[in-house]
Design a binder for this molecule. Sequence first.
Ligand SMILES: Nc1ncnc2c1ncn2[C@@H]1O[C@H](COP(=O)(O)OP(=O)(O)OP(=O)(O)O)[C@@H](O)[C@H]1O
Length: 703
Amino acid sequence: MIAEVRSLQDIPRIGDKMSKRFVEHFGSEDQALDAILAGDIASISEVEGIGQRYAISLIQDVASRVEGVNVTDFLRTRESMDVYEKLLDIIKEFAHTRYSRDKLHVFFPYPGSKAEKIMQIRRSVSYYMETATVLEGDGAIAELLPKVSQLNFKHQYPKVRDRVIITSDQDSYEYARKRFAGLIDVHFTRSLSEFIDVSRGFSQVIAVGDDYLAFDFPEDVEPEFITDLQDLEDFKVVPEKEIFAFSRNLKSLESSIKAVRLLRSKGIRFFDRMDDDTLELLASTLSLIDEDGDIVHGTDEELDRITSAIERLPSCVSESVTFVNDELNSCLEKSQMTLSGQDMLKVMNGSIELKDMLGKTLHKSYHSIIKQGIEKICNDLQLEKKERLMVDSLFPEDIMHPVEADVDSLGALKQYLIKSSQKRKFNHKREVSRILSSYRELSRELAREVLDFDVGFAIGSFACTYGLVMPAISTSTGIGFKNGRNLFLLSRHGDVIPIDYSVGENSFSPEDEMSKVVLLSGVNSGGKTSLLELLAQSIILAHMGFPVPAEAMEISLTESMYYFAKSKGTLDAGAFETTLTEFSVVADESSKFVLADELESITEPGASAKIMAGILEVLSENDDTMSIFVSHLSEQIMENTTCDIRVDGIEASGLDSDLNLIVDRSPRYNYVAKSTPELIVERLSKKTKGKEQAFYDKLRSKF
Ligand SMILES: Nc1ncnc2c1ncn2[C@@H]1O[C@H](COP(=O)(O)OP(=O)(O)OP(=O)(O)O)[C@@H](O)[C@H]1O
């Protein structure tokens, strides 16, 4: 049944309580739904009370509601599910992120009736196969992808302590308190003096309303007047919030940007929604902030000038004072003063101070030295006009010796510089924040796209590494391939002997050997199980829209696949019954693949052969079903049926010098191959000595 999923309530497994947790985790219902529909298992597993397993099954559930099909529609037995899961495990090794490892679970085999879906996935996977080929051997992308994760903008920014909103309007006050709760102080003032008092406690004052607009404020109070707070964007009031949110995601975003640049540089079209200019503006804006949410030093010349002036002010002033005093001393040492008789009389009768007379004489030199001292400070600190004027009052007008810098003037200059830097920083942050706030959604999408790229890229790299190809989908019932390689063996051993094989109608079938019901006989350890597994892998991958492990393959799509693996233990009567029950459903009209491995072990050989003959007869009645049964009892089975069943064989011709079986792993068509257990006995005999060898020789003599 196909159902639309428009809200969390549409998902039966999400009740009220769970729905609240989803909204809390993702920030809104839309975002939660978005994550579910996008198959973001990694993020969903982080919702309180949801683990990875639950997230996977939830996503598969939703997908099955949306697409009207679920994973067990095609994979009908536990063993077929095992093969699918083992395949996913191999593909997952190529994923660079947890997101993509988890998301690979959204891919599963579809029944042939969903051919359109399979074709759609094939197109996308083919693109990723090409991409993986282009990027093969490129270590850079593999380094970038693990650094990307979903963006999280939910971080709480700590309160900004040096900024305040002041208003004398009750409504604005209430509104501001609500909107900026916990972010900055909001004050309600009843008078201008109260306004000024509060303002003095903060370096940035945002005044809402125009009550005090017309007043002249003292120099140290410089409010920014805002008429309507509702129109004011967040970034203008607390730019730190946006910057902080981005700073928390900096690594992810920077790596995403580099990944996009890299892909585009290789001619790979990626994330068209964001053109190069938009991407570069984001990159350059991000380069202005650090991981703590601060503006990076060296990104704003004016701010750097002021900051450096603040830092160097005390040492620079003290150097200048030393300079002035040294100059003054040397000037005094070189000076002479001649007193006239008149002057002496004035000094004696107290109408003039000797010091004043000295001052008059030294006036010019003193001021020239002070001027040099001031120049030195201004130049060293690269001060600007208004700041220079403040330096003027650092040294006393009247002659003083030794000269000292005026503490109050020095404090005022420092305060002025600090305020300028805060103002500059605030404006700079506003600009950075303004740009970043316009990138919120796009950035989120960017990271998601890169993560989704990793999903596709994992599939592409898997295909590229194992040399997989897209199978041709054929309309006649059959599966056939050239140089097929069992992926489980390949991933374990690195190399396998390629196999050619075909069942049903396709261009790989030998003429007149197009039987759809086949018994696979042959030598122990010849590779029958491995071939059956290879068929299962190929059938599953082809129905997922994925490439298959062969040089070339043709396959027809079916509605389901049954894989009955070889039983591992001794089977009791219950298990025999269960197996028969499982088989009873195989006998319907739908198209399917049925793979069975040594079913004979379910009961004693004579009865097994009869049962298997019966099952194969039923299966052969369905033209759309392909059945491949591995058995050591092919001759007995054939004796029990008149049905046209083909027997293929994998045969060993002997033992090589290392006592390994010499086997042609590709089955011979229409050929009953002997199990040749005698070869195994021979091998054991040759590998042992003494009594043990004698035992094996005795067994050999029985053949
Ligand atoms: N195509 C191949 N290339 C290389 N090695 C293979 C191949 N097929 C099988 N083998 C090796 O042979 C071993 C035995 O294979 P497999 O279990 O498939 O044989 P079998 O015919 O099912 O044996 P039995 O009849 O004893 O169950 C495998 O574990 C693998 O190591």
